[in-house]
Design a protein around this ligand. Structure first.
Ligand code: SF4
Ligand code: ZN
Length: 301
């Protein structure tokens, strides 16, 4: 296959776009898809101060690198979860990457917050990932608001979004469906959240990361077995192979035609939120989930 733009041999084939590119033209394609997503969904502008959540994985690093190259004002935020044989490698990867690319970085250590994930795991009688996700989202939001960032960005790609959408549809979860999309506007106590890579698949992001020399972090979380959404991603990969372009079309179709009725329904029936009496984070209970986890961990010690 030849590169669609310059006709030299292609290094990346893109069946969903019925085309292929050489390394240089693929970089252009990738960057343009990101720009197109930012502009079409009005995610942010050059005036915004953007905090990018960096896990150490390729997607979040790709996200901050492409935004920096496009001239946006970005700062990285890494949450050190204190998970043995994993967190130190993730943190090292993020620190080296930011240093190499001249990107400002904030590191938040959960051990100092009384929320080291192994301690939380020892205390809770349920799978750790949902509590860990809650803790990460809490601190992403808290740092963004405390440090006056106007936007919080994550590296979720099209496959992540499709798997989440599919899972929400299977449960007809009105609350989640009304919120799903590449942008969630700021509201009382929540920063604006955006997903600039939403038009790009995992395959496209992985190829771009590889071609840009983004390091791959080889120490997965030891608690990650049976990660959610894996089977949905596989299902959609099979569908995409038979019907290239279906993933993006389904997702964009949802944004254009499917989301509004869920938003209307949620406005009528959704939970109302009030500040947590302990920390001020918006919650539908009196004390937010993270404060309750923190109390449970400190009681055990
Ligand atoms: Fe946290 Fe689960 Fe991810 Fe590990 S796999 S970092 S416990 S959410
Ligand atoms: Zn709280």
């Amino acid at each position: 296959m030849k590169c669609k733009r310059c006709k030299v041999p292609a290094v990346v084939a893109l069946p969903s776009h019925n085309t292929g590119f050489c390394a240089e033209c693929f970089d252009l394609f990738f960057t343009r898809q990101v720009e197109r997503g930012i502009h079409s969904e009005k995610l942010f502008t050059k005036e915004d101060r953007i905090l990018v959540a960096l896990s150490g994985g390729k997607d979040s690093l790709a996200c901050i690198l492409v935004l920096k190259r496009l001239g946006y004002d970005v700062t990285g935020l890494h949450i050190d979860l204190s998970i043995p044989n994993s967190s130190e490698f993730a943190r090292g990867t993020v620190e080296r990457f930011c240093e190499e690319h001249g990107i400002a970085l904030i590191v938040k250590e959960m051990a100092k917050e009384g929320l080291a994930i192994p301690d939380v795991k020892a205390r809770l009688n349920r799978p750790i990932c949902s509590a860990c996700g809650k803790i990460k989202r809490y601190f992403f939001n808290k740092v963004a608001l405390d440090e006056k960032y106007t936007v919080l960005a994550t590296g979720h790609n099209l496959d992540d979004e499709i798997a989440r959408l599919f899972s929400n549809v299977l449960r007809w979860d009105v609350g989640y469906l009304s919120d799903q999309g590449p942008m969630l506007e700021a509201e009382n106590g929540f920063a604006r959240k955006v997903k600039p890579l939403f038009r790009l698949s995992e395959y496209e992001t992985a190829n771009w990361s590889f071609l840009q020399g983004i390091p791959y972090h080889y120490a997965p979380c030891p608690y990650s077995k049976g990660a959610s959404f894996t089977s949905y991603k596989k299902l959609w990969a099979d569908l995409e192979e038979e019907m290239p372009g279906r993933k993006l079309a389904f997702y964009l179709g949802f944004l254009e035609k499917g989301k509004a009725p869920f938003q209307r329904q949620e406005a009528l029936t959704g939970d109302s939120l009030a500040p947590c009496t302990s920390c001020g984070y918006p919650t539908s209970a009196e004390v937010c989930g993270v404060c309750r986890i923190k109390d449970a961990v400190s009681e055990r010690k």
